[in-house]
Design a binder for this molecule. Structure first.
Ligand code: FPP
Length: 224
């Protein structure tokens, strides 16, 4: 069975650079190139929704110099990739608290979402200034504001990922085996796959290995 919705925690850019005695920014640029390659490949392999953890709420406390490098990559991404994705019928969606981002990037995100909104070939979700706990609290507050009790399905719909398919496979590169505040609610029954490879070294072949491992899992969703 193939995973429909795949998410990746792209960890290890900093260590990749450190090992080469390069500044962390070089690691993010290498990770960026890898992300472009893998996102294209994932859709070719039949994934319908790919969610990438590009920046957590907690990452926003990193030194300004590093944030500026990442913001620069986001700008490049939206400037260069939006039209490409639109042509391929891929819809772009950004999840997270975008008000924490520079105003021009907020504008680029809205434009990219609008321009690609009618895409039906796949969905590329960029988690930027995203936190899983913050997402859950936001959904609770939305329900409270409406003054209603919600069912599980209604609650799911209040999350950023409300209209996305259920998460099948969550991949984390970079050796750590934790979720780091990513898709906490959505990963309840996702298959988890951890790779020791640092993200800039994680190849298409490694992604294939993760898909293969997924296909061998027995997903019972708590049943027998
Ligand atoms: C974690 O590695 C990675 C990040 C905080 C940033 C990931 C971002 C990219 C790969 C570019 C994404 C761009 C777009 C447009 C989606 P780390 O720096 O925490 O690595 P370390 O654990 O080795 O220090």
């Amino acid at each position: 069975m193939k995973p429909q919705h795949v998410a990746i925690i792209m960890d290890g850019n900093g260590r990749w650079a450190q090992r080469r005695l390069l500044p962390r920014s070089a690691g993010h640029r290498a990770g960026f190139r890898r992300m472009l390659e893998l996102s294209e490949y994932a859709f070719e392999r039949g994934v319908s929704c790919l969610t990438l953890y590009a920046l957590s709420t907690e990452n926003l406390s990193r030194p300004q110099e590093e944030l500026d490098e990442l913001f620069g990559l986001f700008r490049t991404y939206f400037a260069e990739q939006t039209e490409r994705l639109r042509e391929r019928g891929i819809r772009i969606l950004s999840i997270g608290d975008r008000t924490l981002l520079p105003a021009d990037i907020q504008g680029m995100i809205s434009d990219a979402e609008t321009m690609t909104a009618s895409g039906t070939a796949g969905t590329l979700v960029l988690a930027i200034a995203y936190g899983g706990r913050q997402e859950i609290v936001r959904a609770v507050n939305r329900a409270v504001k409406e003054g209603r009790e919600v069912t599980e399905a209604e609650f799911s719909a209040l999350l950023y990922t409300g209209d996305l398919p259920p998460l099948d496979l969550l991949i984390r590169t970079g050796k750590e085996t934790r979720l780091s505040n990513f898709l906490l609610y959505q990963s309840a029954y996702a298959e988890l796959y951890f790779s020791k490879k640092l993200f800039p070294d994680f190849t298409k072949g490694d992604l294939d290995k993760a898909f293969k491992a997924y296909s061998l899992r027995d997903r019972r969703f708590g049943r027998i």
